[in-house]
Design a protein around this ligand. Structure first.
Ligand code: SF4
Length: 186
């Protein structure tokens, strides 16, 4: 694999995927794409964006020094209305989370294709709290729809290591998953 368009949900979930990918192949070109219209409120969206920016600036502290530096793109719109419209149609928490993954993964696959990337993936695959199976099946659907490959790796195996690194790097760790429903415990 030459390059990877990697959807980043937040900084703590990005550490281990970046570490394992770049340790295996330091020449791999990775672009992190911050697209998370689910995050509420906008100040929290900004806070997670700043944490990811800090992480990318600190990459020398946890990634191999040789090779291609990881880049990040914060240009995606904050489509809060789009997320809320989709979430409002869901009849259960599971359905809402599926809609949330679907929105972000389809946008990622489409953006990867538009930019000429051969593969996309997501740091959502690091989370032990999300439905891993739903994320994988929706990412496969998004790949087929956009005619671009989905790179799968079960990043959950590095959960302990990623968590420890987030503390060592003093990265902001959010208290709720992201949306207003999750914040309210719904
Ligand atoms: S709880 Fe998390 S995954 Fe589920 S809809 Fe809210 S932000 Fe998305």
């Amino acid at each position: 694999m030459k390059n990877l368009f990697l959807h980043a949900c937040c900084a703590p979930c990005s550490i281990y995927p970046l570490k394992t990918l770049k340790t295996k192949d330091p020449s791999l070109s990775v672009l992190l794409w911050y697209y998370n219209p689910n995050i509420h409120p906008s100040s929290e969206h900004g806070r997670r964006r700043d944490a990811l920016s800090y992480l990318v600036h600190s990459q020398g502290k946890f990634l191999p020094r040789e090779g291609t530096p990881v880049e990040v793109d914060f240009g995606a719109p904050y489509d809060a209305k789009l997320f809320l419209e989709r979430a409002a149609k869901a009849e259960s928490r599971e359905e809402r989370c599926r809609a949330c993954y679907d929105l972000r993964l389809k946008a990622t696959a489409g953006e990867a294709k538009k930019r000429g990337y051969e593969r996309f993936s997501s740091t959502l695959l690091f989370s032990v709290k999300q439905s891993h199976e739903d994320i994988v099946s929706l990412a496969r659907e998004a790949a087929e729809l956009n005619d671009v490959e989905f790179y799968y790796e079960d990043f959950r195996v590095g959960h302990k290591e990623g968590r420890a690194l987030s503390f060592a790097l003093d990265i902001y760790r959010q208290r709720h998953c992201g949306c207003v429903y999750g914040e309210a415990g719904l």
